[in-house]
Design a binder for this molecule. Structure first.
Ligand code: 3SK
Length: 527
C-alpha cells in the first residue's frame, strides 16, 4: 500500500519543499516564526550532523526535549537518516533517564541543558553504548555543569553541530515497515515499555483520524497542551500539521491553565488539543473573559474520558465542542472518536474509519450491545511490539489485535462508551462499578474540582466504593458537604455505585499525560 520505500520525514515534508516553503508557516514558537523552508533546512542539517557523528540506520537517539522547534528538527532529522528517535517525558527524576538510556541502548542522547545538569552525575559508568551527548539550546539561560560528568561519551552543542551542516540531505531509503520511532508507555502503573512504531504508522493516522475526523486543511493552526513526547501530543503538535501544510504552535513551558489561555489568545489556533483535567482547570480560571478563544473551530480531548459536565460548561461558555476520543501510545493515536459538530457528551464516539474494534468477554467471545467487556482494536498504525518486553508483547498484541486494557460497551447504533481501565474497575457486592461514571456524576456538583473513585476493602475485607475529592475555591471540607455530595449522587446513580465514603484531599495524582493514578489511592499512598 505504501510502496517498497517510505521514509516518513521525506513523505511528510517533500510535498511542501517548493517555492512556497518560505511563506508557509510551519511553527509559531515564542517570538519566532519558522517557515517550512527554515524547518526543512534545519531537519536536513540535523540529519547531516548526526551522520557526521557516525549515527546509522536503527541507532537509537534518546530525546529529552521540551516542546521547541529543536524537538521537531531532531525527531524528523533522525528519522530521515533511518535512525530511531525516542522522545521521553521531561518531567521525570534524573535516575529514570538512566533506565531509558539502557533500555534503548541509545548511541546518542539529545537533552535540555537544565535536565543534563541534573542527570550527568548519575551517568558515571552506566549506559555504556552512549557515544554522544548533544545539548539543546535550552528554553532559558542555564550555565552548563560539566565537572560531574565522568562518562566516555563526547559532549557537543546542538548549535555548533548543526549550524555548519549542509541543507541538502538524501533520505535513508527505509521501507514502510522499518522501525521509525519508539514511544514509551507507562500506562497508569508498571514500568515503562517502548512501543515500536514503523515509518508507515504516521501516514496511517493521517489517512484515518486526521482525514476523517479532524479534516485539517492548510489554513489550520494547531495548538496542543499535551506535550510532544506523548503520542497524543506528537500527532497534535507535529505531523497533523506537517502532513497537511498547516502550522503548529509550540509552548515549551509547563502546562498551566492561564498560560494555555494566553497562548490561545495570542496565537489564535483553529484547533486546540487538551486533556479533561486541563479543560476542567481552564474552566476555573477566574478572569477567563480576558482571553479571546474565538479563533477555535473546535477542541479535542483524549487521555481520559471527558465528563459531560465539562463538555457542557465549555460549550456554554465558548460555544464550541470538545471532541472526545480514545487512543493509545500503541495505536499511535485515536481510534474511537466523536465527530466535530455531532458530539455526544459522555460517549467516546464511533470507530474511526480505518480501524476495527471488538468488545469481548473473559473467554474472548464478542459480547452483544450494552454489555461491558474488554476492548480490542485492529489497525495499521498499531506498534509492532514492545522493545525488550516479550511478556507484555505476547499479552497485549494478540495476532492482529491489540488488547487496549479498557472496558467498554457499545449501543445498537455503534456508539462506544468507556467504563474504565480494566484494572480500575470496582467489583462491590458482586456488581461492577465504573469509576468514570461516579467521577462524572461528582463533577456535576458545583463544589467539586476533581474526583477519583476507587474500591477499598472495609474492616472485614469487603470492597467499598470510596471517592477522593478536591474542592473548588470557596468550599471547605466538612461532614455536611460529604453528606450533601452523597445525597446529590443518590439522585443520579444506582444505590450500590454511591460512594460509602467521601474523602477530601489536596490533590488528585495524575501521570504526565493527565491520566488519574487511581492505584495510588488503592495502595493507600494517599489517604
Ligand atoms: O490516551 C489516549 O486517549 C491517547 C490518545 C491519542 C494518542 C495516545 C493516547 C495515549
Amino acid at each position: 500500500k505504501y510502496g517498497s520505500i517510505l521514509n516518513i520525514t521525506d513523505a511528510l515534508f517533500s510535498k511542501w519543499d517548493n517555492s512556497d516553503a518560505d511563506k508557509r508557516v510551519a511553527i509559531f514558537y515564542r517570538d519566532e516564526i519558522w517557515t517550512y523552508r527554515k524547518l526543512i533546512d534545519e531537519i536536513n542539517k540535523v540529519g547531516n550532523g548526526l551522520r557526521e557523528l557516525g549515527v546509522e540506520k536503527e541507532n537509537r537517539i534518546l530525546m529529552i526535549s521540551y516542546d521547541t522547534p529543536y524537538f521537531i528538527s531532531v525527531f524528523y532529522g533522525a528519522m530521515k537518516i533511518g535512525a530511531i528517535p525516542v522522545p521521553v517525558n521531561t518531567y521525570l527524576k534524573p535516575q529514570d533517564y538512566i533506565f531509558f538510556l539502557e533500555d534503548t541502548a541509545a548511541k546518542v542522547l539529545v537533552v535540555e541543558p537544565d535536565i543534563w545538569n541534573k542527570l550527568s552525575p548519575y551517568l558515571k559508568d552506566r549506559a555504556k553504548r552512549l557515544k554522544h551527548i548533544i545539548i539543546l539550546p535550552g528554553i532559558e539561560k542555564v550555565s552548563l555543569q560539566t565537572e560531574a560528568f565522568e562518562h566516555k561519551a563526547q559532549l557537543a552543542f546542538y548549535s555548533g553541530l548543526v549550524s555548519v551542516q549542509s541543507t541538502h540531505l538524501e533520505p535513508e531509503p527505509t521501507s514502510p515497515n522499518d522501525m521509525a520511532f519508539w514511544l514509551y508507555t507507562s500506562g497508569t502503573t508498571g514500568h515503562p515499555k517502548a512501543a515500536v512504531h514503523l515509518h508507515k504508522d504516521i501516514l496511517v493516522v493521517l489517512n484515518t483520524y486526521v482525514k476523517n475526523v479532524l479534516k485539517i486543511t492548510e489554513s489550520d493552526r494547531l495548538f496542543t497542551a499535551s506535550k510532544l513526547f506523548f503520542a497524543y501530543g506528537l500527532g497534535n503538535g507535529s505531523y497533523f500539521a506537517f502532513g497537511n501544510g498547516a502550522s503548529t504552535i509550540l509552548m515549551p513551558d509547563r502546562v498551566e491553565p492561564k498560560r494555555v489561555l494566553e497562548t490561545i489568545h495570542r496565537y489564535k489556533p483553529t484547533i486546540f488539543f487538551g486533556v479533561p483535567t486541563l479543560y476542567n482547570a481552564m474552566l476555573q480560571v477566574e478572569d477567563w473573559k480576558n482571553y479571546d478563544l474565538s479563533s477555535l473551530r473546535f477542541c479535542v480531548s483524549a487521555g481520559e474520558p471527558l465528563p459531560p459536565a465539562i463538555f457542557n460548561r465549555w460549550k456554554e461558555r465558548y460555544g464550541i465542542e470538545i471532541v472526545d476520543g480514545i487512543g493509545s501510545t500503541e495505536a499511535l493515536h485515536i481510534y474511537i472518536s466523536n465527530i466535530p459538530g455531532n458530539c455526544k457528551p459522555g460517549c467516546t464516539g464511533k470507530v474511526v474509519p480505518g480501524y476495527e474494534v471488538k468488545i469481548v468477554d473473559e473467554e474472548g467471545k464478542e459480547v452483544p450491545p450494552k454489555t461491558v467487556g474488554d476492548l480490542y482494536v485492529k489497525g495499521d498504525s498499531i506498534a509492532m511490539f514492545y522493545w525488550n518486553d516479550y511478556e507484555s508483547t505476547r499479552k497485549n498484541m494478540v495476532g492482529i489485535w491489540f488488547r487496549t486494557g479498557d472496558k467498554f460497551y457499545r449501543d445498537e447504533e455503534g456508539y462506544y462508551y468507556y467504563v474504565g481501565r480494566s484494572d480500575d474497575m470496582i467489583k462491590t457486592s458482586g456488581l461492577w462499578v465504573s469509576p468514570i461514571e461516579v467521577e462524572a456524576a461528582l463533577l456535576a456538583h458545583p463544589a467539586v474540582s476533581e474526583a477519583a473513585v476507587v474500591g477499598i476493602p472495609d474492616e472485614v475485607g469487603l470492597i467499598k466504593v470510596v471517592a477522593f475529592v478536591t474542592l473548588k475555591q470557596g468550599y471547605l471540607p466538612s461532614q455536611e458537604l460529604s453528606n450533601e455530595l452523597r445525597n446529590f449522587l443518590k439522585d443520579k446513580l444506582d444505590h450500590y455505585k454511591v460512594p460509602r465514603e467521601i474523602r477530601f484531599v489536596n490533590e488528585i495524582p495524575k501521570t504526565a499525560t493527565g491520566k488519574i493514578q487511581r492505584y495510588k489511592f488503592r495502595l493507600g499512598e494517599i489517604k
